[in-house]
Write a protein that binds this ligand. Sequence first.
Ligand code: G1P
Length: 305
Amino acid sequence: MKKVTKAVIPVAGLGTRFLPATKAMPKEMLTVVDRPVVQYAVDEAREAGIEHIVFVTGRNKHVIEDHFDIQPELIETLTRAGKTAQLAVIEELQLDAGNVSFTRQQVPLGLGHAVWCARDLVGDEPFALLLPDMVSFGVQGCLATAMQLYRSTGGNVLSVEQCDPLETKSYGIVGKGEPVAEGFAITEMVEKPEPSQAPSNYYINGRYILQPEIFDLLGTQERGAGNEIQLTDAMARLARTQPFHAAPFTGRMFDTGSKAGFIEANVAMALAREDLRDLVYGPIAELVALHARGAGTPSRINRSA
Ligand code: G1P
């Protein structure tokens, strides 16, 4: 079985759900506490043993390239000021020279098309795919969990979680087959089905390990749900000739692509951080209590409420 060393991270989306914040700034650079959303995906990929990151980017996303480059002036200033803790933070996230590539999705034709744009940079080897909107929390990262199953099964592995059965229309949904190692065989895949058409409530949560044969299928994939070229449709075709397994994720995934998920991720991450927990717990609990008493809209919040 071939080792997975490359990860594709699509970052071309326009982020219209976060306007006006995303008018000039990529949505992937919005921060969950003090790290850009895209940094969490890179950290998770490295934890899972990924060596090379391929970003599928778009216009107005230069700042993502800058974020993963060296900033000599910043390093020099921090060094001169003796700010060793901040220097360590910058150094720890530095990707090695040559281990990061960028290609552009010129037109927004959907996730399937974005992945296809990475075909030459990935080449003829299995690769991981991380959708950066989805930020995972857990003892073990989501991709590392999927990688563990991949080592038993090979083939293609999708990370899954269970969703509210009424929300299948928001996700790619898989059918549940026989248990295999810590996961199960996937019997079918459908993109955004109505609850009545969904084969289960196991949704694809944005982490994939895929074989390179997916690229040829993506190249001929017709538009599907939302009139976009859907990765799920091409995976369903690949499943006719290759095995697909699901790795249930036992941590927690936050969809930072939605405003509610983004705020939840910030609160969860702040409460999980030792340096912040005590500082934020009280104020958050106070706001929640105020809200519960019906005094929670900002214009009405005051200390005596
Ligand atoms: C994409 C995938 C979908 C997956 C989801 C996870 O949908 O097409 O299969 O379940 O990401 O976030 P999107 O969120 O881009 O509509």
